[in-house]
Design a protein around this ligand. Sequence first.
Ligand code: ATP
Ligand code: MG
Length: 253
Amino acid sequence: MSPQNKIIVWEFSFYYDSHQALKMVNLSIRANEIFAIFGPARSGKTTLLKSLNRLTDLVYGSSHTGTILLDGDDIYDPKQSLTQLRRRVGIVFDLPIPLPMSIYDNVVYGPRLRGTTQKGLLDETVEKSLRSAVLWEEVKDRLQTSALRLSGGQQQRLCIARILALEPEVLLLDEPCSGLDPISTTSIEETLTRLKKEYTIILVPHNIQQASRVADRCGFFLNSELIEEGPTYQLFTSPKDQRTEDYITGRFG
Ligand SMILES: Nc1ncnc2c1ncn2[C@@H]1O[C@H](COP(=O)(O)OP(=O)(O)OP(=O)(O)O)[C@@H](O)[C@H]1O
Ligand SMILES: [Mg+2]
């Protein structure tokens, strides 16, 4: 294993009952990169993201074969703590839904559940997380107002800040810009580019243009299979597989 590999997915297959949603996926994700997973609807992108922090465990009748390693440790090993895994690998979904409470309370919700009560520590977490999510300057004077009064883009960054407050190592983002206007989309993309200095980011982009703007490397999924992966520039300019080329040139999907 190369020391810079944060996550290794090895011969990983996933089934919802008899439906195979991932077929023998092999993939390495490096520390401090943005890796984009793109492909047509139902190709298995969300299933892969959810498998990476075992959210798929919740699906009745699902099963998998193969291995996923996080820093060399098998995340499906029964000895692994699920709570610890979910803390290390945070996930943000497409529809940002802050809790119906203040901006401040949203950010410290997770840390409070974990038992942090000291106001000084919570204040510090709020500022640090909101700064990292590039939201601090916009909300620092109204932390006690309802999070539901923020714009869609701000709510999405708040949801990212909530995850950051738990100090994860890996961030999984499933179409974080769907439904956002171009200005909010740009601020989320800038946020991700800053965050990769500290975190490993796996992103299902809103579209392939977003992948080409922010990702260091990309993987193209089709019909439950990883067809091709590589550095973003190479994948978009000289794909190796005809199916990748057909997809990025808009011949299907
Ligand atoms: N909870 C579930 N139970 C049964 N089948 C599911 C479940 N979730 C997803 N699937 C099926 O697994 C396949 C892959 O779905 P997945 O959501 O991973 O695709 P996706 O690439 O994220 O698609 P989209 O671009 O539409 O978000 C689809 O055929 C889907 O219908
Ligand atoms: Mg999806």
